[in-house]
Design a protein around this ligand. Structure first.
Ligand SMILES: Nc1ncnc2c1ncn2[C@@H]1O[C@H](COP(=O)(O)OP(=O)(O)OP(=O)(O)O)[C@@H](O)[C@H]1O
Ligand code: SF4
Ligand SMILES: [Mg+2]
Length: 401
């Protein structure tokens, strides 16, 4: 899907070309004149209007976004997804051609440094990217509904109620932002049952809420049912958020840094809870984190993202035992190891490039100790090195298959 006509003359793109060729003014990537800024704003306005019009269409026949899964064992298939932010400084390519699958009943860990597009990828799946500046521009997000499959990238916003809260639920980093401080916990979980079935008797909803509170390991659920979020600890609140997510009976749970705001012991409890839930309910989980330790404990498959792209993907065994991409290797080296004393923890030098001015070559080149001449060429293609393991890096060629 490409909603926009290819517009090679976007002012920020021209700027990127000039910056990467180094032909224009010195440090062209950071300087923006008032004239350029106006040109960017005008161009953005045109593109955003077209994308918003597409998203706001009413009475769209289902056939327009019906699709087929490539593999029936997957719940979600991302294919060449591009999600951009149209800002006054230029187009920020937050997700720039992401492809990976989430198999049914499995945990897929998405890992990468801050700002590499993990959250925007998951927000695209929920169509919750901050509009109008944030837009899915092209690509597919195929979602399996059992008897049929939808391409979420093609769906109008009005149809998304079929997916959000019914098929997919989200658990965020900070539970307090997900809970409403003025309603009791019981009220907020009951609400989800009423959303799915507005004729459900109140007693039935309460009974199910109490069952869920038990399931997520809350002691004295009757009392917690009547509590307000501020009366509970951080770990308890995260359990409530998980209970709300489960009330939707989702096929897929997206957990975006679910333990980052919690201390280590509570973190371990919440991870244990997620593991139990996955086993009991057979849901798939997309687990987003920058903590490789969390991924190692939980994930069946791992997707490593860097600057809006997938640089390596494979089973947890592939990624942890045979990491290939210099970025993945660097991430692993920067992970503290128990009983292994070091003076200083390793860190990958440099920082993620500005998503507005991405180079045309490998985005990791300026930080990579193994870069060669070849790496100054086109962005490396994704090479499949085994049935489950792929990497985008010139160190590996077709012969590695
Ligand atoms: N509303 C927005 N407007 C402009 N740019 C945005 C917006 N939201 C996100 N971005 C940009 O998109 C890129 C990807 O952001 P994203 O939130 O997906 O990162 P992340 O991998 O989830 O990072 P973190 O680990 O810090 O949560 C970043 O460069 C960010 O600045
Ligand atoms: S393609 Fe080159 S620069 Fe990029 S990660 Fe591989 S070796 Fe490093
Ligand atoms: Mg994030």
């Amino acid at each position: 899907m490409n909603i926009l006509k290819k517009n090679a003359s976007h002012p920020s793109e021209k700027k990127t070309e000039a910056a990467s060729k180094g032909t224009k003014k010195k440090d062209a990537s950071h300087y923006i004149s008032a004239k350029e800024s106006r040109a960017i704003a005008r161009s953005n306005q045109k593109e955003v209007r077209a994308l918003e019009k597409f998203r706001k269409r009413k009475n769209v026949p289902e056939t327009e976004y019906l699709t087929q899964m490539r593999d029936k064992n997957n719940i979600v298939e991302f294919e060449d997804l591009h999600t951009y932010f149209f800002t006054d400084l230029g187009v920020s390519k937050a997700v720039n051609g992401v492809s990976f699958d989430v198999p049914k009943g499995k945990v897929v860990g998405i890992v990468g440094e801050s700002g590499c597009g993990k959250s925007v990828t998951s927000m695209s799946l929920m169509q919750l990217v901050q509009a109008p500046q944030g837009q899915i521009v092209s690509g597919s997000i195929r979602f399996d509904l059992g008897d049929k499959a939808y391409d979420i990238a093609k769906m109008p916003r009005s149809a998304m109620s079929e997916i959000r809260g019914k098929q997919v639920a989200m658990i965020f980093q900070e539970p307090m932002t997900a809970l409403n401080p003025v309603f009791t916990v019981g009220y907020q979980i009951d609400e989800v049952f009423f959303l799915r079935n507005k004729d459900m008797p109140k007693e039935e909803a309460k009974k199910r809420t109490i069952e869920l509170l038990n399931l997520v390991g809350i002691a004295m659920p009757e009392r917690v049912y009547r509590s307000y979020p501020h009366e509970l600890s951080g770990g308890m609140r995260q359990r409530i958020v998980i209970a709300i997510a489960l009330a939707c009976d989702p096929k897929l749970i997206i957990a975006d840094e679910p333990t980052t705001a919690l201390d280590v012991t509570i973190q371990a409890q919440i991870l244990e809870l997620l593991r139990e839930i996955r086993e009991r309910l057979d849901s798939s989980i997309m687990l987003i984190t920058h903590d490789l330790g969390v991924i190692a404990q939980m994930a069946d498959y791992v997707v490593v993202m860097y600057a809006g792209r997938v640089v390596e993907k494979g089973t947890a065994h592939d990624i942890f035992k045979h990491p290939l991409h210099p970025y993945t290797i660097g991430l692993q080296k920067s992970k503290p190891v128990v009983n292994h004393e070091v003076d200083r923890l390793y860190s990958i030098e440099g920082s993620v490039p500005n998503p507005i001015n991405m180079p045309s070559f490998c985005y990791f080149r300026d930080r990579c100790s193994r870069a060669s001449e070849k790496c100054a060429g086109e962005y490396p293609a994704m090479i499949q090195v085994s049935e489950t393991h792929s990497v985008a890096c010139y160190l590996y060629g077709e012969e590695d298959k």
